[in-house]
Design a protein around this ligand. Structure first.
Ligand SMILES: [Cu+2]
Length: 72
């Protein structure tokens, strides 16, 4: 399965991890979400038929809408 890693700023604790995970998992095409707080990265596992660029864009805007800046 394809994976996609986003650099996401502003995540500081398990609450942030939970919030971002919830948002990311709500994006169509995302089947798993793994967050590394130290590295400030969100790694998404995508459904086999997902369009990586499209899912990436939608996930990034959903995470931004939650208040966490996503670096391009
Ligand atoms: Cu937090």
């Amino acid at each position: 399965m394809a994976q996609l890693t986003l650099a996401v700023a502003g995540m500081t604790c398990q609450h942030c991890v939970k919030a971002v995970t919830q948002v990311a998992m709500g994006v169509d095409g995302v089947v798993d979400c793994d967050i590394d707080l130290q590295a400030a990265t969100v790694t998404l596992t995508l459904a086999a038929d997902a369009d990586t660029a499209n899912v990436g864009e939608r996930a990034a805007s959903a995470i931004r809408a939650e208040g966490y800046p996503v670096e391009a």
